[in-house]
Design a protein around this ligand. Structure first.
Ligand code: 4NP
Length: 149
């Protein structure tokens, strides 16, 4: 199974979702490939935002090695599941879908809610995003183990 996490910049939310899921996949010895990308190319080649790297590091998740890249339609061929962080990401990814099969791979990370963009706010926003994605990646791991994904 190959899973891609997507947000706007690929420097705050999706690298955290990527790092959390990678760590949990390794801890659970699962055969899952994890990556992340941004719908924009604003930060291509950059590491994650320092505030997110530090938030993650303080709570036991290393994301400092990740580098931002832009999502492209080729990702529909490379991944089985594509999790987007908010509805704007959803719209942008679906615009690049070439067929119904591509569209069916795309899911909102939080089923009914969205992962709020912490970029223009304070530390509490980064902690909140960590809590949301920690819980969502636990759910993904449980579903993989129970063959529900
Ligand atoms: P992300 O956050 O989508 O969670 O990586 C953002 C990062 C950068 C910008 C916006 C959101 N930006 O406008 O540069």
């Amino acid at each position: 199974m190959k899973i891609l996490m997507v947000c706007l910049g690929n420097i705050c939310r999706s690298p955290l979702a990527d790092g959390l899921l990678r760590r949990k996949v390794a801890e659970n010895n699962l055969d899952v490939t994890v990556d992340s990308a941004g719908t924009s190319g604003y930060h291509t080649g950059e590491g994650p935002d320092k505030r997110m790297t530090q938030t993650a590091s303080l709570r036991g998740t290393d994301i400092g090695f990740l580098r931002a890249r832009q999502f492209s339609s080729a990702d529909f061929d490379l991944f089985d599941l594509i999790y987007v962080m908010d509805r704007s990401n959803l719209e942008n990814v679906l615009k690049l879908a070439r067929n119904e099969k591509d569209k069916q791979k795309v899911k909102l990370m939080l089923d009914e809610a969205e992962v709020p963009d912490p970029y223009f706010g304070g530390q509490d926003g980064f902690d909140h995003v960590y809590d949301l994605l920690d819980s969502a990646t636990d759910t993904i791991i449980d579903k993989i183990k129970n063959k529900q994904l």
